[in-house]
Design a protein around this ligand. Structure first.
Ligand code: A3D
Length: 320
């Protein structure tokens, strides 16, 4: 049986890391696509040359031609520009919207059956625009954000409790980053909810609030340190987790920016919600009942996403 084909649209920091991870994990053959001639070819060759040491069987090819992504099973989109210090994700909207148009058309023409994972920021609006431009089914186009936000939350919690990250699970909803909604009552250490751990004196509410805020600012913290771009190792790992869930029909329950039409009381929009990812893409959005304060945070997040989507419609008439 032929290996799955994984097309990476954008061969920058995240794209290169995705290619390396996909090869090491032998998820399939990798096509790295970028408009900057030389970059995808150079990265593909460099990663292929790590094969003998890593001992993976995966073919890698770099290209500037959309025809090379033909028949891809998975497309992961990072094309566009990242933030620099002082910029918000929303500052990227105008430039990355144009990029989503060309990428959406390229995927529609060459890989219409792919499961498409968008990473380009501002995430919730860009995944919506990418779906509109590509015309692919909603359950096959999804945004990566919640897996990363919850990984950051889990990392900080494991440091606070001094326990393995393996035993920490976190539940986040809403838009990416600043308006993320961490559901602490569903976040646990080995099944013990965080509010119970506060009651048990393992941590204080103030400390927990600080961790939530650090998670919300997680992207900015790294932008501030790197100064020349944004995070790429953990974002790539998060998207690979989603791609693997699809390719192996794992039916993982992961937080993703998914199309909600009825779920969470929404009438057709992309926002971060718990989803099941399997062979059909988004198999299910897991609609949970929110408490009053959680609903208020979620509503704020939804409003922020709606604002960005209407800004997209204002920029590109074909979206209105
Ligand atoms: P970077 O290293 O600049 O790579 C982007 C690549 O896209 C570059 O190689 C460009 O040449 C290429 N590119 C630009 N326009 C096009 C086009 N029209 N078609 C194909 N390729 C193009 O950035 P990066 O890899 O660090 O980040 C990529 C995106 O991911 C940015 O928008 C970031 O803001 C975003 N990001 C999202 C998250 C989330 O959690 C959602 C996290 C980190 C970064």
């Amino acid at each position: 049986m032929a290996r799955p084909k994984i097309a990476l649209i954008g061969a920058g920091q995240i794209g290169g890391t995705l290619a390396h991870l996909a090869a090491i994990k032998e998820l399939g053959d990798v096509i790295l696509f970028d408009i900057a001639d030389g970059t995808p070819q150079g990265k593909a060759l460099d990663i292929a040359e790590s094969g003998p040491s890593e001992k993976f069987d995966a073919a890698l090819k770099g290209t500037t031609s959309y025809e090379d992504i033909a028949g891809a099973d998975v497309c992961i989109v990072t094309a566009g520009v990242p933030r620099k210090p002082g910029m918000s994700r929303d500052d990227l909207l105008g430039i990355n919207l144009k990029v989503m148009k060309s990428v959406g058309e390229g995927i529609a023409a060459n890989a219409p059956d792919a499961f498409v994972i968008c990473i380009t920021n501002p995430l919730d609006a860009m995944v919506w625009a990418l779906r509109e431009f590509s015309g692919l089914p909603h359950q096959k186009v999804v945004g990566m954000a919640g897996v990363l936000d919850s990984a950051r939350f889990r990392h900080f919690l494991s440091l606070e409790f001094d326990v393995s990250m393996r035993d920490v699970s976190a539940f986040v909803l809403g838009g990416h980053g600043d308006t993320m909604v961490p559901l602490t009552r569903y976040s646990t250490v080995a099944g013990i909810p965080l509010p119970d751990l506060v009651k048990m004196g393992w941590t204080s509410q103030e400390k927990l609030d600080e961790i939530v805020q650090r998670t919300r600012d997680g992207g900015a913290e790294i932008v501030g340190l790197l100064k020349t771009g944004s995070a790429y190792y953990a974002p790539a790992t998060s998207a690979i987790e989603m791609a693997e869930a699809y390719l192996k029909d794992q039916r993982r329950l992961l937080p993703c920016a998914a199309w909600c039409d009825g779920e969470f009381g929404l009438d057709g929009m992309y926002v971060g919600v718990p989803t099941i990812i399997g062979a059909n893409g988004i198999e299910k959005v897991v609609d949970i009942k929110l408490e009053k304060d959680e609903q208020a945070m979620f509503d704020k997040s939804v409003e922020a996403v709606r604002g960005l989507v209407s800004a997209c419609k204002g920029i590109d008439d074909s979206l209105a």
